[in-house]
Design a protein around this ligand. Structure first.
Ligand code: MGD
Ligand code: MGD
Ligand code: MO
Length: 764
């Protein structure tokens, strides 16, 4: 069952750069294992090209003039994962009942290959059995019609196209709710909430060309080498111009240190590396607000001093005056905050911070790049707001080479929010939908991810429909949620591969297999393209050409359209069949709903580099209540939201470079020197001594419990690692069992997966 069974786990420091020969070797391992077809190599050459398909891995921007092979190790793995020759057929489900499959690892479930047939859960036999599409659609629609719309949730994961997402959101609203949580709720929702409040746009303001105009980059909590490797090209280009890259991260991530371009034969042959970070600050988990306050404190002190002697100002007073509100609130807070507290909470010295502040103060255009290291904390929104504060101090928003640059996760997660996947009424195009389709869209706020979880536990949520993803595995509190799940009346999953969420079926359950984006999607009017929006707000068309994994697969728009048509009363303004027959009509509907962002959508679909949907904050037009960009003093210096106690640690849940979220490609984490296992606990050597733990000891983690429940993760191998004292690292999703569902960002409800309070227990 387990391809890697029997392999001896090995953990030792990795000495190579990110990219380089290691990445070539990693592919040489995975492509044969997936029985990667010869035609797959042709598909790889089409990846991220203007006339090709858009990678199903990360959301990083795709250049207008791509490299001959515009993909990275991770993107190639994701393509191989989708184009695999392996299949999970109805015969497989005859052999394995659902309960026994719960004993399988995430890797083994997905490694079995692509789903091939629509399946119905047979509760008596505890098995999934093949069914017809008609049977599935009729039964799902009939069941949903009997239910209270408020008790039904429509989840989506951020890989789904703009076309399918638009239809899905519209279906939910016409049905009567906006219970539309998506993976963004576990990810960059802190960005959407924080940036929206601060600058009036919910997304980053920068584009790829800003890497050519910046002279410094502040880089917080994003693991570029594993999670958005194509961005290494942009960073390397910037470094070669002498741009300073100042990194804040508790771990020394290899991609942020050194990079060899695996597609550059000269670099490969000569083992030439580009150093990426010019300064590397190992901030404590949750210590970024304090670190940024330190930077702000230096800037304000230096500005005061400059003013006293008539030197040029350090802050951009003209910008602050003209474009911002509440500068004095931040300045007062910064002045009142002492260095001891800043050093204590950030884990960095004043001198470290001065070094960073010097670079920031002398740079004319600065990018603030960040990822989950800022968003997944109790004060995740304040983390984002503090970064905006810092950028505003020197006018670093709305000019070339400057601005907040959140690195989004899934390839279309930002786009889904753009086309109506949101539980928040203020972000939904209520008036437009009413005008176009003649119905009254619901205005009551819908359920987000955390609210969906609490609703499932308290029984108010009765049905879960998932358009992609692996919700039950991605959310916190695994044991508690798995126990509550089977009480649902209906579960429906639209998926490409079997995963653990599918094994906790409701009383009625359906598993509907769909086409992936790389595969050819032929509808009544011929082959169809879909589209997505990248991290920099550029929209790209994507045309799949590979042979579908099975003749029984339907596309996501076709599945959503078929359910919607049966579920909803006839509406003369929405012809679901005609949309499915030709996706250009869905794009026309998107354009009609969002005329400004999607002007000439169909015409511009394959513009090289994508077309930019625009961003008001980038033009210094602030769509906030005050009409200005707003400073916000932080409410605390620590982002963790809990008090430190003796013996309690901050657990960071991490991704390896052999996984895409809950999809585990393998058991290596090359950059962190881990081979053959994911049961690792990264620990500081001094903490190990203090705890009397030796390298290789098997450890359990326990989380203090708000509800009396013991949350425990046994079987972790203690491993000495370069990580700040008081912090631990271990892999997601295996450690999600330790995170109480209540432990989430205050305003955005993003589970606080980067600082989970835990204690160490010796096994036995
Ligand atoms: N290959 C691959 N690519 C992916 C994914 C994948 O799983 N695999 N996932 C996709 C998705 S959905 C997403 S959202 C992105 C995720 O990409 P990232 O945003 O990089 O998320 P993580 O891997 O969780 O790592 C976050 C980084 O933050 C650091 N960190 C942790 N706590 C703190 C802190 O308190 N402060 C600071 N400054 N840093 C901290 C960690 O050490 C780590 O380097 O990647 C996307 N791309
Ligand atoms: N502890 C902890 N928890 C976390 C995180 C963390 O850092 N730490 N990160 C969070 C983040 S950032 C995110 S985004 C979530 C991820 O949450 P999700 O997006 O829900 O999870 P994925 O693992 O990306 O989903 C993988 C599944 O998607 C399905 N799939 C793949 N391709 C397609 C497709 O083209 N169509 C359809 N319909 N299905 C497809 C496959 O069946 C596969 O099993 O997890 C969150 N959870
Ligand atoms: Mo994500």
């Amino acid at each position: 069952m387990a391809a890697t069974k029997g392999e001896k786990p090995r953990i030792k420091p990795f000495k190579g750069p990110a990219g380089g020969w290691g990445s070539v070797r990693s592919l040489a391992e995975i492509l044969p294992r997936e029985h990667f077809p010869a035609e797959g190599m042709r598909e790889l050459a089409r990846q991220n090209k203007p006339d090709g398909f858009m990678c199903v891995s990360c959301a990083w921007s795709k250049p207008a003039s791509p490299h001959p092979a515009e993909f990275c190790e991770e993107g190639a793995k994701a393509t191989a994962w989708e184009l695999t020759k392996l299949r999970t057929t109805p015969e497989f489900f005859l052999e394995h009942d659902v309960t026994s499959l719960r004993g399988w690892r995430d890797y083994d479930l997905e490694q079995h290959g692509r789903l091939t047939h629509p399946l119905r859960y047979d509760a008596a036999a505890d098995k999934y059995v093949a069914c017809s599409w008609e049977e599935a659609f009729d039964a799902i629609a009939a069941k949903l019609r009997l239910m209270d719309p408020k008790s039904v949730v429509f989840y989506s994961s951020g890989r789904t196209s703009l076309e399918a997402s638009y239809m899905y959101g519209l279906m939910a609203r016409m049905y009567g709710n906006q219970n539309l949580p998506d993976s963004s709720n576990m990810c960059h929702e802190s960005t959407s909430v924080g940036l929206k409040a601060a600058i009036g746009e919910a997304v980053g303001t920068t584009q790829q060309k800003d890497f050519d105009d910046c002279d410094a980059i502040l880089f917080f909590g994003q693991n570029v080498g594993s999670n958005s490797p194509r961005m290494l090209h942009d960073l390397r280009r910037a470094r070669k111009r002498g741009v300073e890259i100042i990194t804040f991260n508790p771990l020394r991530e290899r991609g942020l240190e050194r990079f060899t371009d695996p597609q550059n034969p000269i670099e490969m042959a000569t083992l030439k590396e580009t150093g990426i970070s010019t300064q590397y600050h190992q901030v404590k988990a949750g210590g970024d607000i304090a670190a940024m306050m330190g930077l702000a404190k230096f800037l304000i002190e230096w500005d005061d001093a400059a003013k006293a002697v008539g030197d040029p100002a350090v802050l951009d007073h003209e910008f602050i005056e003209q474009h911002t509100k509440d500068f004095h609130l931040l300045a007062d807070k910064v002045r009142a905050t002492g260095w001891d507290a800043i050093e204590q909470e950030s884990g960095l010295t004043r001198w470290n911070l001065e070094e960073a502040a010097r670079v920031y103060a002398r740079s004319k255009a600065v990018l603030g790049i960040y990822g989950m290291g800022l968003t997944q904390h109790v004060k995740g929104v304040e983390n984002v707001r503090m970064l905006v504060n810092l950028l505003l101090l020197r006018g670093n928003i709305g000019k070339p080479g400057a601005g907040p640059t959140p690195v989004r996760g899934h390839s279309n997660v930002q786009g889904q929010r753009t086309v109506g996947i949101t539980e928040k009424t203020e972000l939904a195009p209520v008036e437009k939908l009413k005008e176009l389709y003649g119905f009254d869209p619901p205005t009551e706020k819908g359920l987000d991810t955390v609210e969906t979880c609490t609703g499932i536990v308290d029984g108010s949520v009765r049905a879960f429909v998932g358009l992609g993803g692996n919700f039950l595995r991605a959310i916190p509190d695994t044991e508690k949620m798995e126990a509550a799940w089977p009480d649902l009346d209906l579960t429906v999953h639209i998926a490409t591969k079997l995963n653990r969420s599918h094994l906790f079926s409701g009383h009625e359950a359906w598993l509907l297999p769909c086409l992936g984006r790389i595969e050819q999607d032929v509808q009544q009017n011929g082959p169809q393209a879909v589209s997505m929006e990248d991290s920099t707000s550029c929209i790209h068309g994507s045309l799949g050409k590979a042979e579908p994994a099975s003749p029984h697969l339907l596309s996501e728009p076709a599945i959503v359209g078929a359910i919607a048509k049966r579920l909803l009363p006839h509406n003369p303004h929405v012809d679901w069949d005609s949309w499915v027959a030709d996706y250009a009509r869905i794009r026309d509907a998107i354009e009609a709903t969002y005329p400004e962002k999607f002007k000439d959508f169909n015409k511009r679909l394959f513009e090289p580099g994508g077309f930019w949907k625009g961003n008001k904050a980038a033009e210094r037009i602030w769509q906030t209540p005050s009409g200005k960009a707003e400073f916000l003093p932080p409410s605390a210096l620590s982002a963790t939201g809990f008090e430190d106690k003796g013996g309690q640690y901050r657990l960071i849940t991490l991704r390896s470079n052999d996984q895409f979220n809950t999809t585990i490609y393998g058991y290596h984490d090359r950059f962190r020197g881990v081979k053959g296992t994911r049961d690792v606990l990264f620990m500081n050597a001094e903490d190990m001594m203090a705890e009397g733990v030796k390298e290789g000891d098997v450890i359990a983690l326990e989380a203090p419990s708000p509800d009396g429940r013991v949350r425990r993760r046994p079987g972790l191998i203690a491993t000495v690692y370069n990580i700040p004292r008081g912090c631990l690292g271990a892999y997601y999703p295996e450690c999600n069992v330790l995170i109480p569902i209540e432990h989430h960002a205050e305003e955005s409800h993003v589970p606080a997966a980067k600082s989970v309070p835990v204690v160490i227990r010796r096994e036995g």
